[in-house]
Design a protein around this ligand. Structure first.
Ligand code: ZN
Length: 290
């Protein structure tokens, strides 16, 4: 009997220790050079896929895009759809500048200007509006740039939304935009790359922390994700990831690790923590570079 219970426990355990990932989308409502119809198509396709998998998400908005080339009402309606589907909105600045290349006051002004609509939409729906995502993941190339900006964020009650899994969707989206006739091939490559990146970051997390931390996945509201979202979620599920809200991911103590890595562009926080602790990961094996 005891042996039977032991075997049963052994069989059940793998399901009990599933991995966790929060899904985040940058550049909402959508890149500004697309028609309103295309922007609606992208948004609705992503929302539908998320719904089918019961996956919560947060979208980081560039409110400047709402006013660029008209269609403001329709674009605000897109943001409302994200909230109707139960997702959150966060601040990604008004005009998507680099923190390290901006004057401190100008950048802070851009952050405040970028919250006007989204904050109200979130509050009207009874949600708290609190997350900030750096454009280009540029968190400041020096301590002198980063520290005062983080003090400003704290004063404005923002929490920084880090990224641990970056599957380079924007690069594949660019390829797709330039070669729409190769759509199937590009999507196949994108899905394989996503799988490789998930495996790489899991191994990196296990090496740094001795466990697979709760991850935060960076995606964008773009065309390739409109086509591939169901398959992306399927990949994550097959790798035994549960989809969680950002608040839950951020409760992982990994997110209070010090980050003294002053690289002003898109690297995973796993890289930042590893760099701060004194590298144990061979980052030349990152599938991004291969
Ligand atoms: Zn962005």
């Amino acid at each position: 009997m005891k042996l039977f219970i032991l075997i049963l426990l052994f069989l059940v355990t793998p399901f009990a220790c599933a991995h966790e990932v929060a899904i985040t989308f940058d550049d909402l409502p959508c890149p500004q050079d697309l028609s309103i119809e295309d922007q609606q198509f992208i948004s609705e396709s992503i929302l539908e896929a998320l719904k089918n998998f019961g996956a919560p998400a947060i979208g980081f908005v560039n409110e400047g895009n709402l006013y660029d080339k008209g269609g403001t009402e329709e674009k605000i309606a897109i943001l409302k759809r994200w909230i109707e589907y139960g997702h959150s909105l966060g601040n990604h600045t008004y005009s998507h500048p680099y923190l390290s290349q901006s004057k401190a006051e100008d950048f802070q002004e851009d952050v405040l200007k970028g919250a006007k609509i989204s904050k109200k939409l979130m509050q009207d729906a009874g949600f708290s509006y609190k997350y900030f995502r750096h454009p280009y993941l540029d968190t400041g190339s020096t301590k002198e740039i980063r520290a005062p900006f983080e003090t400003f964020l704290k004063k404005e009650n923002y929490t920084i939304a880090p990224v641990t899994i970056d599957t380079d969707d924007w690069k594949f989206n660019q390829k797709l935009t330039e070669n729409p006739e190769n759509k199937e091939k590009i999507i196949t490559e994108y899905l394989a790359h996503t799988q490789a990146k998930f495996a790489f970051y899991r191994a990196a997390s296990e090496k740094i922390f001795g466990r697979n931390i709760r991850h935060i996945w960076l995606l964008h509201a773009n065309l390739i994700n409109a086509y591939a979202m169901e398959d992306l979620l399927k990949i994550a599920r097959e790798l035994e990831y549960n989809f969680i809200i950002l608040d839950h991911a951020m409760e992982d103590e990994a997110y209070s690790e010090p980050d003294n890595c002053y690289i002003p562009y898109g690297v995973s926080w796993l890289y930042r923590w590893d760099d701060t602790r004194g590298k144990v990961i061979d980052w030349s094996k990152d599938p991004e570079l291969n």
